[in-house]
Ligand binder design. Structure first.
Ligand code: CP
Ligand code: NVA
Length: 300
């Protein structure tokens, strides 16, 4: 594993190895047994979109591993004034030991990896959010003890989260249902891949998707960059809300996961959110541990 650009690039074994290392790092941190495998290493973090969890967990994680992180906003970098990503990649490769980038186009992340000579980590694009799904899988396994055979239902927009969940969950032996409006389906190639594996159901029916689910996952209706479509999207996604009534269709002890930030009253009700707050904030915490595992795998 040289980069983390999208989960499709990783084998099931590589994902499992990251989850196992993440569990170990979480244990070591809880018990004051942390080591410093990234002493002297620097991670550059390029942000073209906002972030709370990704920024803070990567920055704190690098520090905890003995290294340091640089927050690089596109408002300050020459990238924001049009310097090509090919040049940025080659320059930053001379100073840094790894780059995490959050941006719009997946191609930009792939280009950084192609032109640079250091590990590149996708911290969210319009297409994928692999770091989030590693933390999600870690959290689901903490609560359910296994991943294989579980059913996860994603309700809402077939966005970056849906795309990465399809890949990550299916690679770990789970069944995935995506309940979404026909106009907001996940990536077409990923749908074909998941259906060919016999592990994916795409449906417009929230009831069909959520029935007997072990995990229900949702995300905002308007992602970063889609702010101007928010009003239209509120109409498009009416009915695609995780609420007390449709949660009754799920398996007993069904978990609820959300990458956060959440919009209560839109994709999820306040009641369901608060009833599952422990799972949701364990999920947010696990961003730290899962990403530290990725950093160690790529940079140590
Ligand atoms: N879930 C997630 O990536 O959160 P941030 O946008 O706060 O980084
Ligand atoms: N789909 C959301 C995820 C945020 C973590 C977005 O892209 O804004």
């Amino acid at each position: 594993m040289k980069h983390l650009l999208k989960l499709g690039d990783l084998s099931s074994q590589e994902i499992m190895d990251i989850l196992n290392l993440a569990d170990q790092l979480k244990y070591e941190r809880r018990h004051g047994m942390e080591k410093k495998p990234l002493a002297g290493k620097t991670l550059g973090m390029i942000f073209q979109k906002s972030s709370t969890r990704t920024r803070v967990s990567f920055e704190a994680g690098m520090y905890q591993l003995g290294g340091q992180a640089l927050f690089l906003s596109n408002r300050d970098l020459q990238i924001g004034r049009g310097e090509p990503v090919q040049d940025t990649a080659r320059v930053l490769s001379r100073y840094l030991d790894g780059i995490m980038i959050r941006t719009f186009a997946q191609q930009e992340v792939e280009d950084l990896a192609r032109y640079g000579s250091i590990p590149i980590i996708n911290g969210l694009t319009d297409y994928a959010h692999p770091c989030q799904v590693l933390a999600d899988l870690m959290t689901i396994r903490e609560y359910k003890k296994v991943l294989k055979g579980l059913k996860l239902c994603f309700v809402g927009d077939g966005n970056n989260m849906a795309n990465s969940l399809i890949v990550g969950c299916i690679k770990m032996g789970m069944q995935v249902a995506v309940a979404c409006p026909a106009a907001h389906r996940p990536d077409r190639q990923l749908i074909e891949w998941g259906e060919a594996a016999g592990a994916l159901l795409i449906t417009e029916s929230v009831e069909e998707g959520m029935r007997d689910a072990d995990v229900v996952y949702t995300d905002v209706w308007a992602s970063m960059g889609q702010e101007s479509e928010a009003a239209q999207r509120r109409k498009d996604f009416e009915g695609y809300q995780v609420n007390e009534s449709n949660m009754r269709l799920t398996h007993p002890n069904c978990m609820v996961q959300h990458c956060l930030p959440a919009h209560r009253g839109e994709e999820i009700t306040e009641g369901v959110f608060e009833a599952h707050a422990n799972e949701l904030f364990d999920e947010a915490e696990n961003r730290l541990h899962a990403q530290k595992a990725v950093l160690v795998k790529l940079m140590a």
